[in-house]
Write a new protein. Sequence first.
Length: 558
Amino acid sequence: MNTTLEPQKKSNFIREIIDEDLKIGKREGRVHTRFPPEPNGYLHIGHAKSICLNFGLAADYNGKFNLRFDDTNPEKEEQEYVDSIVEDVHWLGGNFEDRLFYASDYFEQMYDYAVDLIKKGKAYVCELNGDEIRATRGTLTQPGTNSPYRNRSIEENLDLFEKMRQGEFPNGAKTLRAKIDMAAPNINLRDPIMYRIVHAGHHRQGDTWCLYPTYDWAHGIEDSLEGITHSICTLEFENHRPLYDWFLDELGIYHPQQIEFARLNLSYTVMSKRKLLELVKNNYVDGWDDPRMPTISGMRRRGYTPQSVRNFADMIGVARRDALTDLALLEFAVREDLNKKAQRVMGVLKPLKVVLTNFPEDLTEELEGVNNPEDASMGTRMIPFTRELYIEQSDFMEVPVPKYHRLAPGTEVRLRYAYIIKCEEVVKNEAGEITKLRCTYDPETRSGTGTSQKKVKGTIHWVSAKHAVPVEIRLYDRLFTVEDPGSEKEKDYKEYINPNSLEILSSVVEPFVKNAKPGATFQFERNGYFCVDTKYTTADKLVFNRTVTLKDTWAKMK
């Protein structure tokens, strides 16, 4: 198979299970995995972990990998979500080749299997509503009670089930339930629902069906029909595994093995698609691809690379217990990857003008800058240097604090790739705000070629005012102010939304980036990694999202 996504080589309990299966020749020595998302929202970083795991295992064992949509809930599913999921899986490197499937592909077969169970006396049509079913299901310590419709005849059940398919009953009037054991210790085995009536158009089937299978009924059948060998799920499905097995055993069809692993929980965010949808619908964020969201599309827009996400998935590994993973680890993976790849440039986020009073007004010098010290093959670029420059406001302090090694009245600092300058005068407006600095430069101190032996402790970045490219900079912070907003029971998770999670600046960058394409990633020296925004950048306006800082500044603040 085409292994476009690197497999995970680290040993884990799932690999040990597969190794043992292969050793004894189980399932003809095949490895065939799948990723089965519901098309009711955009994928997030937790799904990315599952994609990397499932495809990585298939690739490592020279097996196959399917992308299959669990499109069994027409009221919440949209083609937009289908398209976004396909794009995300491709972006991550998950190569499903021609194996793109839908649960709805198997609706007819599922229906026939349900008829088979009815004929065996293993399923019945029930008229209890949802509340009544829950009330009769029992508790962890008390058995449930049988439905009054449990002992209908096979003929009556077949007739009612066919009428359910033909649309003769309204939503919620009837369900098809498996007849298992209302006293089973596992509540999932207490006559679970297999089908419910939903009069709603389906994104692929239109109005063909008004009878839709539940996930528990559909999942194992889909795996069986596709020849999946290892059905890898997150831990919330562990208690559903006996039901997965019961359905397949009763049908007497090919039986894959379900294996559960711990889902990814990430700090300072929420991972529930219901909550993410609420953030989008109520405009707390700028859509599913908002760079503050944990969605794959949001991370892509923010400038994360596929490799960095895959590296992160490899770092956290595969466990049997849920845990909260620090967002800083994901940012570390992004930073490590971009450090090797990103073009270096200089950008000034909050500009302060500097006038070099002894530099010729009409002169432009070309200074050489290194494009990436981690990769000499990326070469160098020429940077224009003129009389008027911009530096960061934070790189000047009128009354410097101890150990402050940047610019201050009467002090010197080196400009990156350029000269040492000295602040001679501070210019303020009527409100007392600093508007510009008058400085002098030492022509004998040009970086790399100067004859002066003068040394200074500080080096700062800058941009030529004459050649500066105006840009909009979007600085992103944690979306929530607490580490685990979804677990805070006392308050609504939305009360923890960080009001300062987005700051928009009018900034300047060196002319090298003038023609940068949407999606291009740079390191702005001393300021972090930035990506040209794919949503708001136009032919007349460059918008940059800060992907990640150069260091984990958040950890220092905690």
